[in-house]
Design a binder for this molecule. Structure first.
Ligand code: NAD
Length: 388
């Protein structure tokens, strides 16, 4: 076990107790306790050349990107933006992130709530080298003119169309193409998870075609207005869903068809993935590829985890910040190879997997690290992120 000294004693004790109980119950043999305990994020020593990052839209993704930026040795948070006073604005204040607001006429409302305002979003952009736009899907596009006017580099999220940035990013697949770019879009959580496994299999065997079914969460845990409450909603009813073309915005040569539905859960998505490979595959080799990958992890049989909720609980017990799973959670037992066909289930934590990709995208666009593997290693290390 690694890094346990950074955990608070109570959390560490509860982790150990949990493992001992499982070992005693015969659910885990002690030799099978393969996952490393994850310490909570500790602020890094900073270098002298810090990339100044603005976060426009401090919500589900924005607040995670802000914390991930603050943890990096070569970046700092220059400011975050909110539209109205909220619990997240208080967290920004407690983290020491300067608070900027989209509509400066609301300054009095923030100050009445004891939330000091540093300035407008335009002021924040002027102080930054690059902005991560994490406003709701469709809003980001409306911010493009101001980014163009100020000549600032900008990263949008998967809720925007590919055309907004003209370039869609995934650390594994096209890091080098992002070097020096002014605009990029980090693809959605589902597309990120698909790109990682497809690209890895493509490199190892060549991919003939991919068929994937996405069982998507209805809303994030704090989304009180989202549904469904009691339905399986085909979203969309037509086939293919937009996820396949979105994968092709990063991996244009991949033949892929996706189907998607929404179910009444909040924690994670689940993908059922089938690929036809160009050569015969072996289960052992596929497992080996996933084990070596810095952002894919195996949900081992020994953990007795068969659901997204247990996997999220596991991430929480590991001491991950916000119980985030930045990696694809691929169920070891599901990996099956029949000749050239490969099958697996993977769980994707929608709030988390794109966060680390944003960090690499910043480094690539700023041109400060040309080697994708090095950037991924820096990002993961700063978050004490070791894939399960
Ligand atoms: P969110 O609603 O949780 O957060 C958006 C934040 O932006 C809120 O704090 C809101 O107050 C703020 N905001 C709204 N309008 C603004 C404006 N004009 N200027 C500044 N701030 C503004 O949304 P989210 O889930 O974090 O999604 C952000 C983007 O990330 C979307 O493109 C989404 O599709 C994408 N994304 C979301 C998820 C997810 O699971 N939540 C996963 C991957 C990608």
């Amino acid at each position: 076990m690694q890094g346990h000294e950074a955990l608070c004693p109570r959390l560490y004790l509860s982790l150990i107790t949990r493992m001992v109980v499982k070992i005693r119950a015969g659910q885990i043999h002690h030799s099978q306790v393969v996952h490393k305990t994850q310490p909570l994020i500790v602020p890094p020593p900073k270098t002298s050349h810090m990339i100044k990052v603005a976060i426009n839209g401090y919500g589900t993704i924005g607040k995670r990107v802000a914390d991930a930026v603050a943890a990096q040795p070569d970046m700092k948070v220059i400011g975050v933006s909110k539209t109205k006073p909220s619990h997240e604005a208080f967290i920004a204040k407690s983290r020491g992130y300067p608070l900027y607001i989209a509509d400066i006429s609301k300054k009095a409302a923030f100050e009445k709530a004891n939330l000091p305002v540093t300035g407008s979003v335009e002021d924040m952009l002027k102080a930054a080298d690059i902005v991560v736009d994490a406003t709701p899907g469709g809003v980001g596009e409306k911010n493009k003119p101001i980014y163009e006017k100020l000549g600032i580099k900008a990263i949008w999220q998967g809720g925007e169309e590919h055309e907004v940035a003209g370039f869609s990013f995934n650390s594994d697949c096209n890091y080098k193409d992002a070097i020096g770019k002014q605009f990029a879009r980090v693809v959605s959580c589902n597309t990120t998870g698909l790109c990682r496994i497809i690209n890895a299999m493509d490199k190892a065997y060549g991919v003939e075609k991919v068929r994937a079914v996405m069982v998507r969460r209805g809303g994030d845990p704090a989304d009180i207005k989202r549904g469904p409450i009691d339905a399986i909603v085909l979203n969309p009813v037509n086939i293919p869903s937009h996820h396949g073309p979105d994968v092709q915005s990063v991996l244009p040569h991949i033949n892929i068809v996706t189907l998607a539905m929404i179910v009444p859960v909040t924690m994670m998505h689940m993908h059922a993935v089938q690929m036809d490979l160009k050569r015969d595959a072996s289960r052992e080799k596929v497992i080996g590829i996933i084990e070596k990958h810095p952002r894919m992890g195996l949900v081992r049989k020994a953990t007795d985890i068969t659901s997204t909720s247990e996997l999220k609980e596991y991430a929480m017990d590991m001491g991950r910040s916000r119980s985030d799973l930045w990696e694809n959670g691929i169920f070891e037992e599901s990996i099956s190879c029949i000749g050239k066909e490969m099958y697996l289930f993977q769980a994707i934590h929608q709030e988390a997997d794109v966060v680390v990709e944003n960090i690499d995208c910043i480094r690539a666009m700023m041109g400060t690290e040309k080697d994708p593997a090095k950037s991924v290693a820096i990002t993961n290390k700063a978050l004490n992120f070791v894939a399960i």
